[in-house]
Design a protein around this ligand. Structure first.
Ligand SMILES: C[S@@+](CC[C@H](N)C(=O)[O-])C[C@H]1O[C@@H](n2cnc3c(N)ncnc32)[C@H](O)[C@@H]1O
Length: 256
């Protein structure tokens, strides 16, 4: 029997699984914003009263971090309802009741009533969440949706991995290229660059792009690329942050 391809439903079920929920809730309670995230938020999101939209908020790790930085109009959503519920508990515990938390899918925000008519002055998709959408067309749909709900001039901050970031990565991806050429890759994967693995965070689907792919996706969806850098170029993160998350590339695009 053919292995089932990974879909959005697979990813959503994996994030609703108790192992992932415990992992992301722990990070929301104890880790908070990374230093690199804080630096870029302060650089590109100067207006703390601006309505912000955070996609893929999970259990609220960065959401509560934004609130602690002084942002007053935060709307955050995720398609994994178990994680949104955790974010709600944490917001209540910290007295951050002004944060709006929603269950919604980044690839189709029109389905979420509160998101249909609101205009945001900034968007964020932290910790590679955009890359956890299987299929390039679906990732582009999410980019288009975030672009549509943002005002002109709005910044969009997100992260990805980078297949070319290190010599080791380049060797591993050369081997993976061979597997795709000979059609012996993991049959559940949708595209070259995908990975599906299991660790202490549960099962994880991740698409690892190269830099050219993201530049093309931004251009195709109306975003103007403004900035990108690897996390190690921005900050030396604590051991706890490095244990929680690998090196990644930060991106800032703007709606013009
Ligand atoms: C790696 S987790 C990061 C969670 C949180 N932002 C953090 O940094 O701890 C990525 C999040 O993106 C969410 N996500 C993935 N695809 C999504 C989609 N199409 N719509 C909304 N959320 C999505 C997942 O459910 C997950 O919570």
């Amino acid at each position: 029997m053919d292995a089932q391809k990974i879909t959005a439903a697979t990813v959503r079920a994996d994030f609703n699984d108790s192992v992932a929920v415990a992992h992301y809730a722990r990070a929301a309670h104890f880790l908070g914003l990374w230093e690199s995230e804080r630096i870029l938020i302060e650089r590109f999101f100067p207006d703390k009263a601006a309505p912000l939209l955070e996609a893929g908020c999970g259990a609220g790790r960065a959401t509560l971090g934004l609130w602690q930085l002084g942002f007053t109009q935060i709307t955050a959503f995720d398609f994994a309802e178990e994680l949104v519920e955790q974010a709600g508990y944490l917001a209540a515990e910290r007295g951050a009741t002004a944060i709006t938390l929603l269950v919604a899918d980044a690839t189709d925000l029109k389905k979420s009533h509160p998101l249909r008519d609101t205009v945001f002055f900034g968007a964020l998709f932290f910790f590679n969440g955009l890359m956890q959408i299987p299929g390039r067309e679906h990732r582009r749909a999410a980019l288009r949706e975030l672009h549509r709900v943002c005002a002109l001039g709005a910044p969009f901050l997100f992260t990805t991995h980078d297949r070319d970031a290190s010599p080791t990565e380049r060797v591993l991806w050369r081997l993976e290229t061979e597997r795709w050429v000979h059609a012996v890759q993991d049959p559940r994967l949708v595209e070259f660059g995908d990975r599906y693995f299991e660790d202490e965070a549960g099962r994880t689907f991740m698409h690892l792009p190269d830099r050219a792919e993201i530049l093309a996706d931004l251009a195709a969806t109306g975003w103007t690329h403004e900035y990108d850098a690897m996390r190690t170029e921005l900050a030396r993160e604590s051991r706890a942050v490095r244990d929680f998350s690998d090196e990644c590339r930060f991106w800032v695009a703007r709606k013009h």
